[in-house]
Design a protein around this ligand. Structure first.
Ligand SMILES: [Zn+2]
Length: 118
């Protein structure tokens, strides 16, 4: 399961962030995941539930925001959404080399207890 290795890395980040914020327990987190990551949100959730057991993030609620894969076409001078990992402009067929978004795997926010009320 591909998601498992992502979740493993994610939990490490959460533990560091939680420690920095002085949280003893993480109750919620927000993720931004790019389309290029090929993540199935449900599988990510399941992997997280299993793997967070015993960690500071056990039982935390995970929200996943999916980021579409966008690239810039230098020929049309516009941004196009890439579908099916074919990196060609849907309008003119030019190869797209400038990826704008879709590679994210960012922890946007964690909430916890006792959290800083930011
Ligand atoms: Zn184009």
């Amino acid at each position: 399961m591909h998601e498992a290795s992502l979740v493993e890395a994610l939990i490490e980040v959460i533990e560091t962030e939680a420690a920095n914020a002085g949280m003893v327990r993480v109750t919620g987190l927000k993720l931004r995941v790019g389309a290029m990551r090929m993540v199935v949100p449900e599988m990510m959730q399941t992997a997280f539930e299993i793997m967070s057991k015993g960690s500071v993030a056990e039982g935390a609620r995970m929200q996943i925001e999916e980021v579409p894969l966008l690239a810039h076409c230098t020929n049309c001078n516009r941004d196009v959404e890439v579908d099916g990992h074919v990196f060609l402009c849907t309008l003119c067929g030019t190869a797209l080399s400038e990826i704008l978004s879709g590679q994210e795997l960012d922890l946007m926010e964690i909430t916890g207890d006792p959290g800083e009320s930011s």
